[in-house]
Write a new protein. Structure first.
Length: 82
């Protein structure tokens, strides 16, 4: 199993918080480029479709809240990327 596949499986199975750094790696593997936004907002732009996913970079910690994990997972599943 590739690193990307294991990240996908971990993200799909996640019920609690998820590491922001792992999310960045996952989205990068799915074809998204990280671009800075205003403040803590981060834009992930898909290189082919130019679709934008905006995520708030957590601080002071490094974990995405469970409700955001669910929203991001739903977005990626709807786009058939997961």
């Amino acid at each position: 199993m590739t690193r990307l596949e294991s990240l996908k499986q971990e993200f799909l199975a996640c019920k609690g918080p998820f590491s922001y750094s792992k999310l960045v790696k996952l989205l990068g593997g799915l074809g998204y480029e990280l671009r800075s936004g205003s403040g803590s907002g981060r834009k992930f732009v898909h290189t082919v479709t130019k679709k934008v996913l905006i995520v708030h970079e957590p601080h002071p910690g490094n974990e995405i809240k469970p409700y955001l994990v669910s929203q991001i997972r739903g977005y990626l599943i709807d786009r058939k990327e997961l």
